[in-house]
Every structure is written in structure tokens, then in C-alpha cells.
Design a protein around this ligand. Sequence first.
Ligand code: GCW
Length: 699
Amino acid sequence: MRSEIVVDPAPHAAWLPDGALAAVGRRRVALRLPDLSGPAQGHPRARPDNSAEVTSTLRTELTRATSAHGGAVVDPDDSPDVLLALVPELSGDGFRFVRDDGRVTVTAATATALLHGWFHVVRLREAAFTGPDAEESHAPAFALRVLDHWDNVDVHPVMGQVERGYAGGSIFYADGRVREDLSRVTAYARLLAATGVDRVCINNVNVHAREARLLTDDLPDVARVAAALRPYGVRTHLAVSFAAPMTLGGLPTSDPLDDDVRAWWRRAAERVWAAVPDFGGFVVKADSEGQPGPFAYGRDHADGANLLAEAVAPHGGVVHWRAFVYDHTQDWRDRSTDRARAAYDHFAPLDGRFAENVVVQVKHGPIDFQTREAVSPVLAGMPSTRLALELQVTQEYTGQQRHACYLAPWWSENLGFRPWGEDGDGTAVRDVVAGLGPNASAAVASAGGGGIAAVSNVGDDRFWTGHPLAQANLYAFGRLAWDPTLDPTAILDEWIGLTFAGPDGTVHARVREVLHAVLDDSWRTYESYTAPLGVGFMVRPGHHYGPDVDGYEYTPWGTYHFADRDGVGVDRTRATGTGFTGQYPAPWRDVYEDRATCPDELLLFFHHVPYTHVLRSGVTVIQHVYDTHFAGVERVREMVAAWESLAGLAPGAVGADLHARVRERLAEQLRSAVEWRDQINTYFLRKSGVADARGRTIY
Ligand code: GCW
């Protein structure tokens, strides 16, 4: 592995190398399809727009697995080891898994659900066949499971081809247009189908002039992308510009209550669905960071969202309307404005006014995808609105795919957060976005809520995600989108088992051990050497990589820490601060309000405290800053050493080029962690004048 590294130009197989298919591929497998040759009567669900494509995918998958591993595709009546059966009389998006004496039968109502069942068997590997007899029903917790791509058609002068993309170019676009060769897109859809994601929004929510035209002139190209995703049951969505009636349609206004504007959107939607019959819907960022929106006409976000909802409703489409709305031209001297309050202040009063096919998409935290922040109170404040939780798989604020940072534990905390406290009925965020929150309106409950969305971390990089280990984040998002109660470590283990499967389907024990050692706690490690105690945004402005404690302190962006010689943190209490704590229901509004009960990891998010304030952990704030920063760097050193220990393994245990890429990234992670440690520690030593109790080097 130390010798010359031969780089394989083909895209990396990620979690579906041939070896991952060994257990099923060795066996006799069969596919049973109902006779769909006649008229559709009786079985309408058996033939959604994509059923022919997905059925043919199933055949291909079975052939591919068995021809690689010596099994066979056999007749369904020839007692196969694995039988996949499409049973249109069933219902729902899920599948049934039955194991009887080592034989597996999977049944589902649609081809896409059956495909998810197939990948379930793949994921279980040998265990699919060796366990005790079982009869299980599996269904996705969320009806809508979306990945948003912030891909630009044109290379943006500041943001590049993919905004906040850390994995090369776009898999969809190159040279200012949709790529000719979209085979990579189909390979992506295959990876997604193996996790549970079933929708992809293919362009950036910041819709620039070129990108806006995907909705009109470029529809044939959008249809090609949809055709590349469809074989794996993945549906296409577009981000659209609220100003499109003016910029594309030549109308004098985009006022949501104007009849010509409404007619324009209706026609636009008709054209989209004519080109892409299984199109999913629109994603909108409006009145946010300079994007156009309804405010220009004195209208609100419900007016804006309902305009588009009305246009897509006849086609069964949905509108994902983002709640990421705040004042990005704030005066830092103004202490009354609090960015954390903005989404709730804008949206909670509109609860009940959104159409049934609108999903309000809420970032997990009230600020912006930070390594640590509170859970957004919007998620508890809109029972009559379909809400989606928005996560960020692309590591904008968590090391930009140069740092190994496995985010599933963080997402899990957010999904499992109980907005009404631990003592209530146990309702968590994952229930709210599934339409199961307390007081959920009948419409929200029957739609199953708004589900989950996340910003993808994929690009045209050979490893898909730049850092090969960042693939684990994409995998974990897909698995949590299907089942948000899964344990992050177990998901990681599953990912390792698939991704590092050798030709015989097994993983070298040392590889498994090292990957856990590197990744299990990597999010907490990242947190420990970056911004402390929930304070956030101590990053370099613009690109957001690396430390710059005061980088945003005197800017219009509303992301401040207020460090002075006495203390640090943002007072968001009702008593003396911005009142943000009051946006939470009990008990959190009181738990966060009081320094004595506020969880340590969020202390500086809610309070401005002296450096000598003693945390619940028993150490002072300043000593906590020093200790965690020193410890964080030591943990990164251990990650580096663990990874190096794989270098002597048999070639093939981890690919040589993968090993080299991770090694290079870990070296940068260590360099950067040292930089973070020294800048943060030095900054706070100089501000506070309080020495490290353990006398370590601070500059
Ligand atoms: O975190 C911020 C990013 C922007 C992004 C914005 C958003 C697409 O820095 O690049 O814009 O969030 O979520 O809209």
C-alpha cells in the first residue's frame, strides 16, 4: 500500500461494491411480477409512471448480483432462496420481509418499494438468511425524503459550480449545461435507493438567471436528468425563482395575488409535468439572503407558497418553502435584532394558512447548520403546517470534507429532541415532521407531515464526496430518512460492512475497528477543537473554513459571540436578552432561560456569562475552552495514528487510493485542528487574562 498508487478513474462504488452483493449474489433469486400487459384495471398502484423502468432495474440488479457471485435468477416457482414479489393488492411505500427456514420473501405494492426491499436484503448480507424465522413490515417514517443539491448550471464567480460543494464539480452540469453523459446520475440514484432517499432537487436554492431557465427553456434537459434518476425510483424536483414570472415570463410583477402571475405559474407547472410526468415539485428560497419573494408586494410567505401550491396541485406536486428567512443586513450595533428569532417570528404566525401541498422546510437549528446549536423552535410552533426538517450533509460548517466528521449522531440528537420535554408523551422532532405532533391538524396528520430534506455532499469527485469517509454521512442521512430511530453507530457499522466488503462479502476486522475509532465520535471531536459551548460562527467569513473568532463579529450577518474582557455568549433570555427562549414551549423555555439548568453545550448560545462561570460539569467556561481544545487536537492525532495502522494490511482491505486520500485529508484535519486550538485558546487568553490551570502553551 505504500508503493505506487494506481488511481482508478471509475467512480468509487461507495456502499455498493460487488462484494456487498455477495450474500444475495451467491443464491437463487427470483422476481414475480403481476401480469401488467392488459388494461390497468384493478391494480392502479402497480403502474405509477416509473413502474416499467423500476421493474427493469430490478431484473438488472438480480442479474448483476448473481452473475458476479455464482448464483442464478430462477423461476419464482422453482423454490428460490430470495423471492421478490410485486403484489399490487398491498398498499403503501413499504415492504414485507419474511424469512422462513433460511428463505427470504419480499413483497411490496410498487416496484420502487420492492426495490427498497431488495436493498434491505442486500444490506443485511448473510444475516438476511441466517436469522430465525421472521415476518416484518418495513415502511419509511417520512413520506418525503429529499436531497437538495446546491448545484449551479453555470460556474458562479464566488460560489463555483456547487455552492458549498466540497467534492469537485456537479454530477448534473458541466460547461454551463446539463451533462450529455448522465450515467453518474443513475449510479447516484442507485446509491440513494439503497438507503431510502426517493427525491432529489437538482439545482441550487439560490436561483441565478441561468439556473432559472431550467423551468422553461431547459425542460428537455431536466427531463433527461429525471430519466436518469427514474430507474431507481428517484423523483426530480426543481428550485425555482419567485421572480420567474418577470424574469422568464416578461410580466411586470411577480405579485402572488396577481391573476396573470397565477396563470403564468399554472402554465409553467403544466409544461413541467408534460415533460416529466413523475416530477415531484418546487423548492423555494424566498426573501432570504437576497432571493426575491412575496415581501416586495407586501405579501407574506403563505401568500407566496400558496401561489405555487395552487399551480402544482393538479399534478400532485408539492412545494418545499424554506423557513430560512432572516435579516442579513443587520447592524451589529443593534442588540434588539436576533437572527435566532427570525424564522419563528416570520413563520409561526402563519400557521394554518399554508395549502395542504406546501411543506415548510425548517433548518434544524435557528441559526444555520452550526456544529452545535439549539433545535429550531419553529418545529414546535406550527401544528397546522406540514413541516420538514432540513439537515446539511455537505460539511459547510463541519470541516468541508477535509475533516472527518460523522454527523449522524448530531442529526439523531435533533430528530430525537423532545420539544415538549422528557416527561410528556415522548413526542420528538422526528414525530412532528412525520405529522404526529401534538395538535397536528387533520390535514398534516393525513399527509404524514413534511418529512426530511438535506443538502447533498456529492460531486463529480471519484469518491463522490471528496473525503471518502464523508460517504458515511450521505449513507446515514438516507437511512435516518427511512428510519430516524436507527442508532448512528449501528448505521456506521452497516456502512462499513457494505463499503469495505471484500469480494467474498466480508470486511477485515481491523478495518472495521479503525473506521469506528476514526468516525464514531468525530463530530464531538470536531466540536471540541472549534467553537465552544454552542457559540457558533467563529469561522472565516465567506468560505467558512478555519478559525476567525471575530470574523463575523462586526458584520451584517447577525452571527455574534459578544466576547469581551469579562465574558462571552449571546443573551437570548426573556429576562435580560433577546427573548428567544420564549419561542420554546415548556419546559425548554425555562430550562434554557436559567444558566443553572441550561445544558453546558448550549450555554453560550443562550447566555452571556463570565469566563469564570462554573459549568454544570464543574469546570469554568475558560478552563473548558482550553481543555476541550487541547483534547480535541489529541483526538485528531489518535485518528491519524489509527488510520496509519491500516497501511500495512493486505492490499484490497481498503483500496490504496482511498487510503491515500483519507491520509491526505487527515493530515489537513490535524493541521487545521492545531490552528483552531491555538487561535481559540490565544484569543480567549488574551481577552480574559485567565491562565490555563494546567500551564500549557498558549500564544
Ligand atoms: O448556510 C448558508 C450558506 C449559503 C446557503 C444558505 C441557505 C444556498 O452559507 O451558501 O445558500 O445557507 O441555506 O440558503
